[in-house]
Design a binder for this molecule. Structure first.
Ligand code: GRF
Length: 201
């Protein structure tokens, strides 16, 4: 029993918004004994996603800028929870280099467009979908990518597309893209976790 427990791969989700992706991830892994969502990290103490975590018995941690950028406290918390993978889901702060190094190949983000287009600073939420609409492109989609020290530029792990019609508003595009996120993010995380060893074995 103890040995089995030690082999469980643990996930931390960093999220600061409504947390619909975080919820999907939690639901996906809930019945799977090989994986566990152990920690929810947010930089907003009033983020609705924190309630979802608490309801599901997941530990929460609120970050402030000083703690994130001027200390390595978060690493201690990640170690305490034996975290093997970090999934960003609506977390807008750039990852500091100590964290990128410690979780190289083990920290991913989901972006609501087909990178490398429509990414970078300021490209989040409805701004992304407005830019896609403005560009008049025939499709949009999602990109799941590894996290580095710049916005939206780490290597791409997975993309999925959805067709757009000229009548689609930015809100319509957002809806289509969010559906794709909910469908794919958790399974892609599971596949990645399956392919990496535990961080501290
Ligand atoms: C998603 O669109 C994701 O692509 C982006 O932030 C949004 C988070 O949405 N990184 P939610 O809070 O999971 O609903």
């Amino acid at each position: 029993m103890q040995g089995k427990y030690l082999n469980v791969k643990n996930i931390a989700i960093f999220a600061s918004g409504t947390g619909s992706n975080a919820r999907k991830i939690v639901e996906h892994f809930k019945e799977n004994p090989d994986f566990s969502v152990k920690l929810l990290v947010s930089n907003r103490a009033d983020a609705p996603v924190l309630d979802m975590a608490t309801e599901n018995g997941i530990a929460t941690l609120i970050l402030n800028r000083k703690m994130f950028y001027e200390s390595e406290e978060i690493l201690t918390a990640l170690q305490q929870h034996d975290i093997d993978l970090i999934a960003l889901a609506g977390f807008l702060w750039l990852a500091p280099s100590y964290l990128v190094k410690a979780y190289e190949g083990r920290m991913v983000n989901i972006h609501p467009a087909l990178l490398p287009a429509f990414g970078g600073k300021g490209m989040h939420g409805i701004h992304v979908h407005e830019a896609v609409k403005q560009a008049g492109v025939a499709q949009s989609g999602i990109t799941i990518h590894f996290v580095n020290e710049q916005y939206d530029s780490g290597s791409i792990l997975f993309q999925a597309t959805c067709p757009l019609s000229p009548e689609d508003t930015a809100a319509d595009i957002a809806r289509k893209v969010l559906q794709l996120e909910h469908l794919h993010y958790a399974p892609v995380l599971q596949e990645l976790l399956t392919n990496i060893p535990k961080l501290h074995s």
